[in-house]
Design a protein around this ligand. Structure first.
Ligand SMILES: *Cc1c(COP(=O)(O)O)cnc(C)c1O
Length: 510
């Protein structure tokens, strides 16, 4: 293969050999890396990778190298500079998830067959029906009630994208609920609010994810529209429903309530089984929209219904009462990036907001097994995008309810063992509440070092070991460290001793 420096794009060749060879090389590279399973790249290799990038000043800049050489460059020069967040299983930064092998395989099918799923023309492709089937399976997995309750739904780039869709739909709905027939989509935000007699739209939340403020900016509400209504200083992730009611009752202001179903620092939840019905009736009384940001947290609903998970089930009960839900495929579900999920209870609001006016040829709905499937382009942002559903579909088909339940349970089990270790340790303090029952914790472990000097450098010290990777955050004004277990490889028996060893050695380095 090497030496045949073919410049691809030449249509006469059969590219099968090249692709088979490529995939063998890719897998070979991945296996070599998996065996040592560090989290971050070696600093020298990272620098090499960056130095290997083409320079505009060089004489060979943009001269064709051919496909085999391009692939070799990626695998030999660039890949060593990439991290092992997928491969190590002990990369606990942010909430990133990994990639289940079946999802990777399906993702390759997505690329090989490159379907544009947005346009759903009869007889064109099964892809829109597959997308809809994957979403139905998710609705069932998460026990969100009858499938028909979620008529408008699509795959997005991620929970950020889904939060943008949720706020955009909320904005449309809360104005229309004040003044029938007035549409932000038609006349714009300013004019619609003037006609409806609305001074502004606020987003009520408790420890809303940063992307919620970003979404508020994108849809024209602004960062300042996001209002934090914490239940108490001890439980700032919980939503204060009395405060919500006071805000909903404000004269001339319309509201979207954004429920943090899984707060990123603590993994805790804004509401519980009693709160959601109350919130639903408040929203109905005041014409508010309820959006759930369940990026990773909503997958607590997929946990086994055993005693150890009862508290978590209570925390995510009632989320099906929302008007819209954001979730991520590329976190807990362990599919590759570019898989967010958006579900909306209202069939018409999304098509009002996202329709392409004057492009009727794009909008034709098709029928699959009796159900009408609308073109996804009228539910979401893109007019063209990849077949995002397929890796999600593959994981749900392969693992089923039981497989997903035990995968999420494994993540929680490791997180709880880590929490128990930290709680008992003299070097570290478990946050946010060292006396909380372990049964309240999901797959995030927040902690800090007792020694203030160590706490300042804790995250860097831990990550420098390259054995585990954690993210830094702040808790009540002080630096804190966060372990988020979201990779399918999570295995308490294997991982716990390694994390313990890292934490012990970092504490002893003083
Ligand atoms: C990760 C996350 C987001 C953003 O999701 P992306 O997939 O990164 O766009 C939003 N909300 C919560 C709660 C999250 O954890």
């Amino acid at each position: 293969m090497a030496g045949t420096a073919s410049i691809h794009g030449s249509i006469s060749e059969d590219h099968t050999e090249f692709l088979l060879h490529s995939y063998r090389r890719i897998r070979q590279t991945v296996s070599e890396r998996s065996s040592d399973a560090t989290t971050l790249p070696d600093p020298a290799e990272l620098a090499h990778a960056i130095a290997a990038l083409p320079h505009a000043g060089n004489t060979d800049f943009l001269s064709p190298r051919g496909a085999p050489a391009a692939l070799e460059h990626i695998l030999s020069a660039l890949a060593p500079g990439l991290n092992n967040q997928n491969l190590s299983g002990r990369y606990y930064g942010f909430v990133t998830g990994g990639v289940l092998p079946v999802a990777e395989a399906a993702d390759n099918v997505v690329t090989a067959l490159d379907q544009n799923v947005q346009v759903n023309m009869p007889g064109h492709s099964a892809a829109p029906a597959v997308e809809d089937a994957a979403l139905s399976m998710l609705v069932a997995l998460l026990e969100l009630g009858p499938d028909a309750d979620w008529p408008a739904r699509t795959f997005t780039t991620g929970a950020t994208g889904s939060n943008v869709l949720g706020l955009a739909c909320g904005r449309e709905a809360v104005v229309a609920r004040r003044a029938e027939g007035v549409s932000v989509a038609e006349v714009g935000f300013l004019a619609a609010c003037q006609v409806a007699g609305i001074k502004g739209i606020q987003v009520l939340t408790s420890m809303g994810h940063a992307s919620l403020s970003k979404a508020a900016s994108i849809v024209g509400l602004g960062h300042h529209a996001v209002k934090e209504l914490p239940a108490s200083p001890e439980e700032p992730w919980r939503l204060d429903l009395d405060a919500v009611e006071r805000e909903l009752a404000r004269e001339g202001v319309a509201s979207i309530v954004a429920v943090s179903a899984g707060e990123v620092n603590t993994g805790r939840f804004a509401t519980n089984a009693l709160d959601m019905p109350k919130l639903r009736s408040l929203a109905d009384r005041y014409g508010a929209w309820v959006h759930v940001d369940g990026a990773f947290g909503i997958f607590a609903r997929a946990l086994p219904k055993t005693d150890e998970f009862l508290n978590l089930h209570a925390n995510v009960a009632g989320l099906e009462l929302a008007d819209s839900i954001a979730a991520d495929g590329h976190k807990i579900l362990n599919v590759p990036y570019d898989a967010g999920i958006f579900l909306c209870r209202d069939a018409s609001i999304p098509s009002q907001v996202f329709q392409n006016p004057n492009a009727a040829y794009l909008a034709t709905p098709s029928r699959a097994g009796g159900a009408i499937i609308h073109s996804a382009l009228n539910v979401g942002l893109e007019n063209s995008r990849r077949f995002r559903a397929l890796p999600v579909y593959a994981v749900l088909l392969s693992e089923g309810r039981q497989g997903i339940a035990s995968m999420v349970a494994r993540m929680v089990a490791l997180a709880r063992e880590l929490a128990a270790y930290i709680r008992a340790s003299e070097d570290y303090e478990w946050l946010p509440d060292k006396d909380a029952p372990l049964e309240n914790s999901f797959m995030v472990v927040l902690f800090r070092a007792m020694d203030p000097a160590l706490n300042e450098v804790l995250v860097d010290r831990i990550n420098a070991t390259r054995k585990i990777f954690v993210s830094g955050t702040k808790w009540k004004g002080q630096k804190a460290c966060r372990i988020a277990v979201s990779n399918w490889r999570a295995d308490a028996a294997k991982d716990l001793p390694i994390v313990q060893e890292v934490l012990t050695s970092v504490a002893q380095q003083q």
